[in-house]
Every structure is written in C-alpha cells, then in structure tokens.
Design a protein around this ligand. Structure first.
Ligand code: PCA
Length: 206
C-alpha cells in the first residue's frame, strides 16, 4: 500500500491543491496496479501528527509521500530535509502559533528524505513539469509532518521509504492541477523502482 497525504486549506486561502493532487494521484496509482490511499491532514500542530500516525498504523504503507502547499513556489518542490524545529510564522487552523519548539523532543536534529529525489527531479523535468529540489520544508506544519513521518519510519526499523513534496498553486507555477497529480505519481513510481539515486546537480546557495 502507498500512502499519500495532503493538507486542508490554511492561512486564509480558500483552497489547498495538495489535497486534490494527493487524492487524484492515489486514484491514478490504484488504477495502474499500485494500491494507494490519500488522507487529508488538518493544518493544526496538535492534531496533524496524530492523524498521520493513525494512517501509518491503519494502512502499514511501504511508501509514504506527504504533500502540502507552498503558495510562494513556482515549481513542485522536492524536499530534501526535515528539521526538528517548529517556528510558526502564522497561526495554524486552531489559532496556535508555537515558536522554537522541537517536533520531537530529544530526537535527531534532522532527517533526510528516503525518496530518490534526483531521479524524481529528472522524471518531472522529462514530463515538462516545473520542479526543484528544496533544501528546507520550512518550519510550519508541513515540516512538522515531514519530520514526524521520517522519525516514525526510522523508528519502525523497516525499509519503508517516505518523504515530502510541496506543491505550488497551479496558477502561480503555470501548471494544470492534473500535472500536480502526475508529479506525485512520478515521485512514487521512481521510489517504487528502488532507493538508489542518481547524481544530478540541484543545489542552491541558500
Ligand atoms: N502548507 C503548510 C502547512 C499546510 C500546507 O499545505 C506548510 O508548508 O507548512
């Protein structure tokens, strides 16, 4: 089973394309013989991690791709690293705004994704979908979920892979919503083919 997650709208935006993209990607994957399910997470620090943990228990997925919206992004952002810190710039959907607290007290400072990011990047570029490797998923609820996911997968001791993808607003990145779903399908397909990655420069100064 493959688990995809998206987020509910937050920060005053009426829409969050990550929910639709993950649901549509789960549909496309299931139709092509890779059973997948999509779960929408609340944009609430005190609830999101619990919903993710329950989904991991319920579905026992071998591969997990969590997604969220980066409203400022002009491309699909393939996230490289999850940080053990929360520093909320805006309140979450419950009005909470934690600052400078760990996601998991006493746990490692960071985890790397275990998705083959560079192969995914190449696959998206081949499809003409704007994509980048991102060196940080920020310090809001998406990073909390990315970190929680990687911590849970590491603790499970099994070779289950996962990571996080920030999607843009389709209008900002000039992609149609279906392409965002296709992007997630491609990320999953590359991961299903194995964890070995290729060397492909995608670094940034900051
Ligand atoms: N994006 C936010 C949280 C929910 C979402 O879709 C983030 O990047 O943290």
């Amino acid at each position: 089973m493959i688990l995809l997650t998206g987020f509910e709208p937050f920060g005053g935006d009426p829409l969050n394309p990550s929910g639709d993209a993950s649901r549509r990607a789960a549909e496309l994957l299931s139709e092509s013989g890779h059973p997948a399910t999509a779960v929408e997470l609340p944009c609430v620090f005190s609830e999101a991690a619990g919903v993710l943990r329950r989904a991991l228990q319920d579905h026992r997925p071998e591969l997990v791709v969590c997604t969220g919206l980066n409203a400022a992004a002009g491309a699909v952002m393939l996230e490289r690293v999850a940080l053990n810190v929360i520093d909320a710039r805006i309140p979450d959907n419950a009005g909470e705004q934690p600052v400078d607290v760990p996601v998991v007290p006493g746990a490692p400072a960071a985890y790397f994704t275990t998705l083959p990011l560079k192969r995914a990047l190449a696959a998206l570029q081949r499809e003409g979908i704007p994509a980048q490797v991102s060196q940080s998923a920020g310090t809001f609820v998406c990073n909390q979920i990315f970190y929680t996911l990687m911590h849970e997968l590491a603790a499970s001791g099994q070779a289950r892979r996962g990571g996080f993808v920030h999607v843009p607003f389709p209008a900002v990145a000039r992609v149609d919503p279906e392409s965002l779903a296709t992007a997630l399908v491609l990320v999953v397909r590359e991961a299903l083919e194995g964890s070995a990655d290729i060397s492909l420069g995608a670094g940034t100064i900051a």
